[in-house]
Design a protein around this ligand. Structure first.
Ligand code: RIB
Length: 314
């Protein structure tokens, strides 16, 4: 699939690779409760890998910097990278370390909670960033999330130049961390509404609060904020634009990974068009298909579906 074929050195994704164990439950259990799952699935996930593989499936030229475990999950993951045509050059195998694992509960309405054990992901240190500096910063877009050590994200934010567009998906957030030093260097921030509320200190209720909260982030130095709002679509805010973009109504079964699939498709489209609104509309379409099926990478639309979406936008 090469619907968005791109020149070399287009996109660097630096991030996590997790083996996902998904349990289908009627209700998400509360603390102290035991519930029986109604089904289970396993698959490949991790925010970084989900984003990188979405880009690869769209035909983007992606370099993926990640660490996987020396255990059996890590070995399975290596095959997954090969199947998805991810260049293995920037992938480190950490011997005597578990691969990152995510335990995901999905309830009958498609809501989820996720617990991640970072394992090998915690080895994606500043040393690895420095070692790969030339390859990372020669890319036009640099994408990361917060499932790797914070010091590495800080270093990327510090080192990025005007030749790079730095896109941060601030997930998962730690309430005790001050992210302002990173935010001042972010070109495009892609939070969901919960992350937006935490970063801005402004309560979000439906679409209420989005203006004020995104204003706060612009004040902190972020150039553009793209808020993902699930079934309510997305909200874009920068110096020139303030726009809410709706999504089609679909039967949602599992929203897990949709934010990552949005990120990957947004980045691909943005690299080609440099048009934020068009790229959000494109990413909304791709992510909308993904929520109609279970899993993360498993739910990325297939080639035919991606081709159809691409035709709508070109
Ligand atoms: O965003 C979904 C992802 O979050 C899952 O694939 C899981 O591994 C966690 O990283």
């Amino acid at each position: 699939m090469n619907i968005l074929r791109q020149p070399k050195n287009s996109i660097s994704v630096i991030g996590s690779s997790n083996y996902d164990v998904l349990l289908k439950v009627n209700e998400i259990p509360v603390a102290g409760e035991t519930v029986l799952a109604t089904g289970m699935e396993t698959g490949f996930g991790g925010k970084g890998a989900n984003q990188a593989i979405t880009i690869a499936k769209l035909g983007g030229d992606v370099k993926f910097f990640t660490c996987i475990g020396g255990d059996s999950f890590g070995k399975l993951y290596m095959n997954n990278f090969m199947e998805n045509k991810i260049n293995l050059e920037f992938i480190e195998i950490i011997e005597n370390e578990h691969n990152g694992i995510a335990i995901i509960n999905v309830d009958k309405d498609g809501r989820n909670d996720i617990v991640v054990y970072p394992g090998a992901n915690s080895h994606l240190t500043t040393d690895m960033i420095i070692k790969n500096e030339k390859d990372i910063f020669s890319s036009k877009l640099i994408i990361t999330q917060l499932e790797i050590p914070l010091s590495s994200v800080e270093l990327i934010a510090e080192k990025k130049s005007n030749n790079n567009v730095f896109i941060l998906n601030p997930s998962p957030l730690d309430k005790n961390v001050n992210y302002d030093p990173i935010l001042k260097n972010v070109d495009i921030l892609v939070p969901n509404e919960i992350e937006l509320a935490q970063l801005s200190g402004i309560k979000i209720d439906g679409l209420k609060g989005l203006d004020e909260a995104t204003d706060k982030l612009l004040e902190k130095g972020v150039k553009t904020v793209v808020v993902t709002l699930g079934s309510k679509g997305a909200f874009v805010r920068n110096e020139d634009v303030q726009e809410h973009l709706n999504v089609r109504d679909v039967k949602v079964v599992d929203t897990e990974g949709a934010g990552d699939i949005f990120m990957g498709s947004f980045a691909c489209s943005y690299l080609k068009s440099r048009d934020i609104i068009k790229s959000v509309k494109f990413a909304n379409e791709v992510a909308t298909i993904s929520v109609t099926r279970y899993g993360t990478q498993k739910s990325i639309p297939n080639d035919d579906e991606l081709n159809k979406i691409n035709k709508m936008f070109n």
